[in-house]
Design a protein around this ligand. Structure first.
Ligand code: ADP
Ligand code: MG
Length: 361
């Protein structure tokens, strides 16, 4: 027969077990309750990288985790810049460019960004072309010594600009004689995608990746609402927006001649080239914004669409189902794809809004 003492001990055991279980549940709940009901912690870091100002902002509940995620993300930018930059002699792209053999073994990431860029070149029918390097080098726009080259120099450099002569196979980049790559219009978007993947893997659910205006957002804003993303007015100082787009988990990338240029004899020469003429593209647009979950696609496309001009760019965004915003050269008209009309609010009342494919005026 069980004694009273052992009976009462058995009863206490159950109570202790219940208390311990409740404490454990509480301990598990506290962080998620804190995350749900209190203001999230914000961590931010800014640095000069990729030839521009890079700013990463992450939100969460654990300051230490956010901080180490930022450190790793900044290091990742440096690592990828070290692979793709034409200005770093030891980069894989520089290795490809200086190779005479026409067949260069590269790492997986360099092979990936190159084949992606070649697909984008095909999509834009060569308006975006990663083999533009000889033309970019000739003009030197964005360097200390930009200049207007002679027409012979341009003609000679143009011989090497043709994405169709490049291919990627079994980890090798195979290129035509004298061809060189420039990832200037692709790398920021491609790197933004890698950073978003990396931060999400670490459990970050709310973040802004700003690589010099190449914006990507993870999840929703800390207020649990879509992010409000400003579209830069092409003729106004940085931070002055002509429209706001509300969106989550997306990327917003803009290209325009206002970003990098120089003036000579009253003429403005900018950094987005017409791959057929070798001169800065004479576009009837002042800027192109592409909104896509794929930042590499947005980055490469907005450069190509800008060079194509309103008519061809409109056809392409409609046929590819891409979300875009075009500003006319005189800043008076903006053209948007219909799918973003409810997410976009126009802030500049001197601009007239048109839906691409619906109005011709
Ligand atoms: P940014 O890098 O200033 O945001 P873009 O994404 O439009 O602007 O990229 C412009 C850069 O891409 C140029 O500085 C040059 O290196 C390269 N580039 C210029 N014209 C072209 C083109 N037609 N196709 C591909 N790359 C280009
Ligand atoms: Mg671009």
């Amino acid at each position: 027969m069980p004694s009273f003492a052992s009976l009462s001990f058995g009863g206490n055991k159950k109570i202790y077990a219940a208390i311990i279980a409740s404490l454990l549940i509480l301990a598990m709940l506290v962080p998620s309750l804190r995350e749900k009901y209190s203001e999230p912690v914000k961590a931010e870091r800014e640095s000069y990288k990729l030839g521009t100002v890079v700013r990463l902002t992450v939100y969460g509940s654990d300051e230490k985790k956010l901080d180490s995620a930022l450190t790793d993300a900044m290091n990742e930018i440096d690592r990828l810049e070290g692979l793709f930059s034409v200005n770093i002699p030891s980069s894989e792209i520089s290795k490809v460019n200086s190779s005479k053999s026409g067949r260069v073994k590269v790492g997986r990431e360099c092979a990936d960004i190159t084949s992606f860029s070649l697909r984008q070149a095909k999509m834009t029918n060569g308006a975006f072309d990663p083999t533009i390097e000889p033309i970019v080098k000739l003009w030197g726009i964005g360097t200390d010594s930009p200049r207007v080259p002679s027409s012979d120099e341009i003609k000679n450099a143009l011989k090497y600009v043709d994405y169709k002569k490049i291919s990627v196979k079994d980890g090798f980049i195979i290129k035509g004689e004298g061809q060189k790559l420039d990832m200037g219009a692709a790398a920021k978007g491609w790197i933004a995608d890698r950073l978003a993947e990396m931060l999400k893997k670490r459990g970050i659910k709310s973040a802004i990746i700003d690589l010099g205006g190449n914006l990507s957002v993870i999840g929703e804003s800390p207020k649990k609402r879509p992010w409000k993303l400003g579209l830069q007015h092409p003729a106004k100082p940085r931070g002055e927006y002509f429209a706001i787009v509300e969106a989550s988990d997306t990327s917003v990338v803009t290209s325009g001649p206002y970003e990098r240029n120089f003036t000579k004899d009253g003429h403005l020469y900018h950094h987005i080239f017409d791959t057929k003429t070798g001169y800065p593209a004479e576009s009837d647009l002042a800027s192109v914004t592409v909104i896509s979950q794929n930042s590499a696609l947005a980055d490469t496309l907005c450069t190509g669409l800008f060079a194509m001009g309103l008519e061809k760019a409109s056809e392409l965004v409609l046929s590819e189902g891409v979300s875009a915003v075009f500003v006319s050269k005189d800043y008076k008209n903006i053209y948007i794809t219909k799918d973003i009309s409810s997410a976009l609010s126009l802030k500049d009342d001197t601009m007239k809004l048109h839906i691409i494919g619906e109005s011709k005026n």
